[in-house]
Design a protein around this ligand. Structure first.
Ligand SMILES: Cc1ncc(COP(=O)(O)O)c(C=O)c1O
Length: 399
């Protein structure tokens, strides 16, 4: 295959393509367009006027919606503003400045967090901005490798937590199994100072093929009285509207009590009109059926990426059953080159290294592909470009 000639031909086309961010496409957003025309009552079941301040934990019906999405007890769930990432940032900031009973993290000489890799770049940026030291730990197909997690936690008392995307993980696509969940709880329940498992369940209901279920970490933790270890997150960003949905945080009763004084200084209450609209929307639209409509729009895009990659011989890649990403693994030292070649052809890819803390992918081998946001036609062109650049990078490397 003459990738160099193909490269020149594609360059002449002056393409403008983007496979960077995991966003819903327009047709997915259209699935929720009736949200805007829903007439909401002024009073929720709590009897409060939803147009006014108040109800810090969110409307009780909306907390119930959050518990359905996150798959945990409603009593744990608060419904917040439009983004789970904001709630993560607020909770992490609270731990840094106030702490949850063991002093603020920022008062420590060093506070560290384990970061399963490849992982979600925004978790890493958030941690870095707050001065938290990040330690990468490998994922093994059904969650982080427990022996590595254990040896780090046992040998480094600065470790106060771990980031997890337990279902259709961003970007590996894996779902944590029960043994891993039990292992994480056991390991983190034995730390000298209180630690936390950040359970970012962003893709809790986002299967596009039959998928292995995720166990409820709160129920497992509760059995041994360890529910204080967990802080869960999720949102309707990829269910209804990204940026105009509802974010959720899930906390044990005692963690709620200590977080609420910090949180109540940040807001006098969430947007309950939007919360009520979402409640009504899911009274009229079954959540499972709604997600199946998303799945029908997303699945062909993942199939198309897989078909393009199967049609060539370089690299290996994931075949997720849900979520928003495919992870392409090249030979060591080639990811940056592929991404830079693609950029010359007008295809934007997430920067090499963004799957790792501090932007350092030590082997320079991971490329995250986010196929949902573009149309099938654009995806087709984007994959033609990516496959050409992959082939060219491998050929250059073999010279
Ligand atoms: C793992 C993960 N968490 C959180 C988010 C963002 O969530 P939200 O829109 O609720 O802030 C994303 C978005 O891509 C994500 O992949």
């Amino acid at each position: 295959m003459d990738y160099l000639s193909q490269f020149e031909e594609l360059k002449a086309q002056k393409l403008n393509l983007d496979l960077t961010r995991g966003k819903p496409a327009e047709d997915q957003l259209d699935l929720s367009s009736s949200l805007e025309s829903l007439k909401v009552d002024e009073y929720g079941s709590d009897g409060i006027d939803i147009r006014n301040y108040g109800q810090l934990k969110g409307l009780s019906e909306c907390r119930e919606l959050g518990s359905m999405i996150l798959g945990c007890n409603k009593e744990y769930v608060w419904a917040g503003g439009n983004s789970s990432l904001t709630l993560m940032s607020q909770y992490l900031t609270y731990l840094c400045i106030q702490g949850n009973g063991d002093g603020p993290w920022s008062a420590e000489e060093r506070a560290s967090i384990l970061c399963p890799v490849p992982g979600y770049d925004r978790h890493f940026i958030l941690s870095e901005n707050l001065g938290i030291n990040m330690i990468p730990v490998p994922l093994g197909g059904s969650g982080p490798k427990l022996d590595v997690v254990r040896s780090y936690v046992e040998s480094d008392s600065s470790i106060r937590g771990i980031w997890c995307v337990p279902k259709h993980s961003n970007p590996t696509g894996e779902t944590f199994d029960k043994e891993t969940i039990e292992g994480l709880i056991e390991i983190f329940s034995n730390t000298k100072k209180k630690s936390m498992i950040f359970w970012d369940n962003a893709y809790a209901v986002h299967d596009f093929i039959d998928s292995k279920p995720l166990e409820d970490i709160f129920s497992i933790a509760e059995e041994k009285g360890n529910e204080d270890l967990i802080v869960g997150f999720g949102s309707t960003s990829k269910i209804t509207y990204a940026g105009a949905g509802i974010g959720f945080i899930a906390l044990s009763k005692s963690n709620q009590a200590s977080f609420s004084s910090f949180y109540s200084a940040l807001t006098i209450g969430p947007d309950k009109l939007n919360q009520f609209r979402h409640v009504k929307f899911f009274q009229e639209n079954d959540l499972k059926e709604h997600m199946m409509k998303h799945a029908d729009l997303i699945r062909p895009k993942f199939e198309l990426v897989n078909k393009w990659l199967e049609g060539q011989v370089y690299g290996s890649w994931t075949k997720p059953t849900g979520g928003y990403f495919i992870l392409l693994k090249t030979d060591p030292g080639l990811a940056k080159r592929v991404i830079s070649l693609a950029s010359e052809l007008g295809l934007k890819l997430t920067p090499a290294g963004s799957t790792h803390p501090y932007g350092i992918d030590p082997q320079d081998e991971y490329i995250r592909i986010a196929p949902t946001a573009c149309s099938i036609e654009e995806l087709h062109s984007a994959m033609e470009v990516l496959v050409c650049c992959l082939g060219l990078a491998y050929q250059e490397n073999s010279k």
